[in-house]
Design a protein around this ligand. Sequence first.
Ligand code: JFE
Length: 229
Amino acid sequence: MRIDAISIFTEYFQALDLSLLGKAQAAGLLNFKAHDLRDYTHDRHRTVDDTPYGGGAGMLMKPEPWGEAFDDILGESDDAPVIIFTSPAGEVFKQSTARELAGRKHLVFACGRYEGIDQRVVDYAATKGEVRLISIGDYVLNGGEVAAIAMIEAIARLVPGVIGNAESLVEESHSDGLLEYPSYTKPSEWRGLEVPPVLLSGNHALIAKWRHDQQVERTRQVRPDLLGE
Ligand code: JFE
């Protein structure tokens, strides 16, 4: 899978060189590249922002560097990429979104800063691929990079071979729509706190039932919306 990100803070994406995603890149399962939007400017100050028409506070990202970046990065593309604008005004990113995007060959993340990007950049991108505006949640970040990194991590771990232990993914898909059950490792007693005895019982049917009950109870307590309540 090929993933590009366009940003004025490409250093953020060094996080993707760590751990499993770093190994996936080294193994050629994931071809990731961060592109500096300022490389597509031509003035002495490498300007990417300007004031909004109609007035209002703050600055917007001007369209010309984005157009040049898309022409360069999407020019090399074989089939229609998905172009993702991280935005607080987008559809909310879900595990189902990650699954959909993990099935595509080429993703391009457009990461804005300031108060956002000139709307014509989104309209132009739609002539080059499938555009999605995606939010990672109902809070406002200072820019799109952190949101893009969260999405890339969630997507890339679903690419076959990226997670060595395929069982972790299988088990997750079973528990679809419920929160995880609490987990314990050794020692069986720690600072006066005991592991629930059922987990030491060796009774696998009983353990499966206990875990499912814990999932339902947890979900009811903190995320009743997931139960449709
Ligand atoms: C950008 C900003 C003022 C946005 C109303 C580009 N889930 C999520 N939260 N925040 C973002 C995504 C995000 C994504 C891209 C971004 C925030 N900003 C900051 C400033 C108003 C804004 O939108 C700029």
